[in-house]
Structure formats: structure tokens, C-alpha cells
Design a protein around this ligand. Structure first.
Ligand SMILES: Cc1ncc(COP(=O)(O)O)c(C=O)c1O
Length: 398
């Protein structure tokens, strides 16, 4: 990760196909296209590779989460359970629909703790949204049992773990709905883009219409199409889809490159008894986009993080002090800093964030370091990096 490291003639060819006929929009203009339907092709390829009945492309991963929630009928005043360790897109997408994000602790998988999920369920809960962070996954069997018992929708966000599997099924294909991002830094990129995945015909139809102003997409006269319900514009362009198509065809190759680099680093760090690794749920196979490991405490993790930077070991993050991925620094959410009025119901629903502590999440995130796995490294570079990482950690553990 990220896929842009390995752009080649394959991506260029797909983009040229689009530019040669000039149709940058995914719908209509049938006569001008010379048979090129890149978004449609990418959707078919996603369905094949991710073993899901329907894929609906959208303009971003954030849009994918919003469209997935809307497609399942989640909106005003509904509660959606999400993890404390994720990307801001999770609560943005929930709040865009007037729903309430209920943040729940993670465990040693770095994803939702099923026991804490059970405690957070109320009569308003409509969905559980695990986020498969940093290349690995939530315990989906445990979450499915909870969803079945409480009649809740399971929405997977596999944006950071495309290519990983759970019990031989690709992530994103297991819940009622799956979401993925194709933004610039993901394992396969379209520049910008996302996808909603589902085996549910009704949810798919909703996603298809909702992401294009509510158009029903019947016939081939866009002006004559009806709008069964309100929608917005979350369309992907043909240019973005073209890049995504070439990248998706290389997903397995990318995962194998990452696995090789990940394995070298992991074997090296395994020699240090104080280093432990995140738990991958039984039956899970990672996408190897990150190597996540725990150090004994926050103080050592901070020192290691800073010493890595000083020694040229880049792309390693301790998210405790970082505002990207962890609740601790999301002051704009805690204080509801919005440009426009937020409903009293949502404000009230978010009051818990003023006082709630997430000690269990702190315990894991404070000690964790996530090391991005690049695909462009040579084997020599990975081995040098591994030995530098081992030396730095050992020197600070003394
Ligand atoms: C877990 C997760 N979900 C959603 C998103 C949002 O994706 P996008 O940047 O395509 O909107 C991201 C982006 O980093 C992410 O990491």
C-alpha cells in the first residue's frame, strides 16, 4: 500500500481508452463511447474478485459509507455503533444522515470489541459498523451473532483491508453491506473513489439510485428516468474508474508483494520478547498493508516512534497523539464544531463524549505502532529497515 507506487502502462492504457472517446461520465452517451464502460467494468470485476452479488461505485470511501447507511434506511436519530479507532469518515458519514455515532472500545484486534458492542446497544441502535483497520479485521462471526440477536444491520468498512479475507471470504462481502475506499493512499487506488458491496438486491437498488440523484436508470434516456426517492450525486467518473480497474486486476499481486515485505519485518521484530503483535481473528488472513505491533507502554512507544523518524524509518505511526484515526484528538467531534446547525437529537446523542473514557482503547492504541508496508521496497531495503527497527527498539528497551 499504496497502489500508486506501482502505476504502469496498464493504468495508462485504461485511461487512454476513456480519453480517446472523451466520455468522462459513467452514464449515457452510449453512441460516443466505443464500447468503453469503465465504471461498469470495474463494478463487474469487484463483484468477481470480492465474491459479492452487487458492487456500486461511488465518488469516495466516505460516500460509500454514507450511501451504505442510507441504502439500509438509517437516518435521523438512529444510533450506529462504530469503533474508537477508525478514520473520521465513519462519524462524518453517520452524522451526514442525521444519525448518531456511538463510539465503542477496540480490543487487541485493533477493531470493535464484541463484548463492548453488546453493552452499547439501545432501542435506537440500527447498525454495527466494524472498521477493518490497518490490513486486518474485526471478529465478524461474533458481530454477526450480535446483529442477528438484536435485528441489526452489519456494515463492514474494509477501506484499509481490501484483499484480506475472513473464513475464505473477502472482507466487505460478509456483512449486509460492505464499503471500500479507492482514494490515493489505498492498496488499490482510483485517485478518488469508493464502492458499496452487497448481496442484498434491495440495498443495491437503493445504492444505485441514491448515488445518482435518485435516478432509476431504466431505459437509455436520462431525461425520461423517474426518481423513486431523493438522492444526491456521489458518482465516480470514468477516468477514476479506469485507473481503479487496472489496479483491481493487480490486487492479488499487490497482496503477495506486501506479504513478502511484511513477513521479513515481522520475523525480525519477533526476536524481541517485549514486542507483541495485534491479534488476527481465527480464520482471518490479512492484506498485509500494515504491520501492527505493541510495545510495553506509551512512553516506550513514543520514544520508538520518534527514534524511527530520526533513523530514517518512515511511515510508522503511534496513533495515540495523532488526529487521523483515534477518538482522543477528535475535539471537533467532541465539541460538535459544525458549520451548520446540528439537530438537538444528535447533540444530545453525542453528549456522552464529554465524559466517557475509553481506557481499553487507550491501552491498545497507546502501545501500538502501525508500520505501513510499501510495495516499492527492494528486498535489500526491507532487510535494512528490519534491522534498523530492531536496533532502535532494543536500544530503547535497555
Ligand atoms: C477506514 C476508512 N474508511 C473510510 C475512509 C474514507 O475514504 P475516502 O478518503 O475515499 O473518503 C478511509 C480513508 O482513509 C478509511 O481509512
Amino acid at each position: 500500500m499504496p497502489g500508486f507506487e506501482l502505476f504502469s502502462d496498464l493504468e495508462r492504457k485504461e485511461v487512454h481508452d476513456v480519453l480517446d472517446n472523451g466520455v468522462l461520465m459513467r452514464y449515457g452517451f452510449d453512441g460516443m463511447r466505443n464500447g468503453h464502460w469503465k465504471a461498469k467494468e470495474l463494478e463487474n470485476e469487484l463483484e468477481n474478485q470480492l465474491q459479492v452479488k452487487h458492487a456500486q461505485l461511488v465518488s469516495s470511501g466516505t460516500a460509500a459509507v454514507s450511501v451504505a447507511l442510507a441504502s439500509a434506511g438509517i437516518g435521523s436519530g438512529d444510533e450506529v455503533i462504530m469503533p474508537t479507532f477508525t478514520f473520521v469518515a465513519s462519524f462524518e458519514a453517520i452524522m451526514m444522515l442525521g444519525a448518531i455515532p456511538v463510539l465503542v472500545d477496540i480490543d487487541d484486534t485493533l477493531t470493535l470489541d464484541p463484548e463492548k458492542v453488546k453493552e452499547a446497544i439501545t432501542s435506537k441502535t440500527k447498525a454495527i459498523m466494524p472498521v477493518h483497520m490497518c490490513g486486518s479485521m474485526a471478529d465478524l462471526d461474533a458481530l454477526k451473532i450480535i446483529c442477528n440477536a438484536h435485528n441489526l444491520i452489519l456494515i463492514e468498512d474494509s477501506s484499509q483491508a481490501t484483499g484480506a479475507t475472513y473464513k475464505n471470504k473477502p472482507l466487505g462481502s460478509i456483512g449486509d453491506l460492505g464499503c471500500l475506499s479507492l482514494d490515493f493512499v489505498k492498496i488499490i487506488t482510483a485517485g478518488e473513489g469508493g464502492a458499496v458491496l452487497t448481496n442484498n438486491d434491495k440495498f443495491y437498488k437503493h445504492a444505485d439510485h441514491y448515488s445518482d440523484h435518485g435516478h432509476d436508470h431504466v431505459g437509455n434516456d436520462r431525461g425520461a428516468e423517474t426518481h423513486p426517492f431523493l438522492g444526491y450525486n456521489f458518482r465516480i467518473s470514468e477516468l477514476h474508474a479506469a485507473v481503479g480497474l487496472a489496479q483491481l486486476r493487480r490486487l492479488n499481486e499487490f497482496v503477495q508483494i506486501q506479504k513478502k515485505n511484511y513477513t521479513i519485518l515481522r520475523e525480525a521484530l519477533s526476536q524481541i520478547p517485549e514486542v507483541t503483535f495485534r491479534r488476527v481473528p481465527e480464520g482471518g488472513v490479512e492484506s498485509y498493508s500494515f504491520l501492527n505491533f505493541f510495545l510495553p507502554d506509551l512512553e516506550i512507544a513514543r520514544k520508538v516512534s520518534s527514534a524511527f523518524k530520526d533513523n530514517g524509518v518512515d511511515a510508522c505511526w503511534n496513533y495515540y497523539d495523532n488526529s487521523w484515526h483515534y477518538i482522543r484528538e477528535w475535539h471537533h467531534l467532541k465539541n460538535i464544531k459544525s458549520l451548520y446547525p446540528i439537530s438537538e437529537e444528535v447533540k444530545k446523542g453525542l453528549e456522552y463524549l464529554q465524559t466517557k473514557t475509553f481506557d481499553q482503547s487507550d491501552h491498545y492504541i497507546s502501545r501500538n505502532i502501525s508500520s505501513l508496508i510499501k510495495m516499492s521496497w527492494t528486498e535489500k531495503e526491507v532487510r535494512e529497515r528490519a534491522s534498523k527497527m530492531v536496533d532502535v527498539i532494543n536500544s530503547l528497551l535497555l
